[in-house]
Design a protein around this ligand. Sequence first.
Ligand SMILES: Cc1ncc(COP(=O)(O)O)c(C=O)c1O
Length: 380
Amino acid sequence: MDFEAVTNFIQKTFQTETFLPLHEPRFIGNEKAYLNECIDSTFVSSVGAFVDRFEKEFAAYVGSKYAVATVNGTAALHIALLLADVEQDDEVITQPLTFIATANAISYIGANPIFVDVDRDTMGLSPDALKTFLETHCELSDARCINTTSGKTIKACVPMHTFGHPCRIDEIKALCDQWHIALVEDAAESLGSTYKNRHTGTFGILGAFSFNGNKIITSGGGGVIVTDDEELAKRAKHITTTAKIPHRWEYVHDEIAYNYRLPNLNAALLCAQMEKLDLFLENKRLLTSEYGSFFDAASITMVREPMNARSNYWLQTLILNDKEEQESFLTYTNDHGVMTRPIWRLMNKLEMFKGSQCDDLSNALWLEERVVNIPSGVRL
Ligand SMILES: Cc1ncc(COP(=O)(O)O)c(C=O)c1O
């Protein structure tokens, strides 16, 4: 591969010769106005009009009945797993190719992750691998999915829509239903992406999104849980707000819970960012087509949205020939002012998760050695 030509093309696409980050936030709308309004209101913390407004607007956008805002996406996942009845010593199936937060949230509860392979095209959990794992290692007993290797209950499954590309979530859902496993979607990266015209994050009983600074819209830090279940939504709100019983002056809390509510200040930013989301999505598709023409002509594989899916193209992704090329590419581009990065080290290779049960993970291992992300921000 001609690294110099690729680097020059990326710089030209972003019209810059100075350092080019992977994904910069864009604040081009009402962010400052809403922040000022929020500050003037003095409601800067966990109660305020912007949090309530954001929750309503977000739920309406993705087509879920309820949304509960949290301090970040990791907290959203943690609470979603608790609400899916995951308890200490339970097991949760997820993919090895993900950001650490997915596995961390499982571990916060004292549950154990099981890593099942991904598909090469979506880079998300493979329903075929999941089916094989369940049929080989599990049996149903009293409507519980028992892992015959460990003797433990598999309570939940957390697929992740990698870099915004939807995985085959309807097939995963059908398997989860068949095996009495709760489906919790890690949609942290995929706001705006749809699968068969339905938003990612809304297929499971609960879904979690992130608004970290690198995401398609951001509030600095922030997250949200979505669900169609009124009871789960009420519980999500309750245990993310220290389980305080509403009262005008009394401090009574009815369980040990969490201080995970998104501050109103962050929600003010998010309300402004939501107003620009469709514009950002459109802008990222334009980048995809410009990148696509160049990489197709250069015979370099660029990841496109999978079948039946519309992707938010959060992070643009190339699949290189091998590990050697991946390392040379990362070195050259980062040395020449273009930020690029490899896909995550597989979770099961990290010290904390080395003993976790896995299948052969052949696709994840293949992708780990080849995938790189290139600058993907909104150009405005
Ligand atoms: C796949 C995935 N899950 C979870 C998270 C956690 O979100 P946060 O950083 O908001 O805690 C992120 C991103 O940061 C992510 O990419």
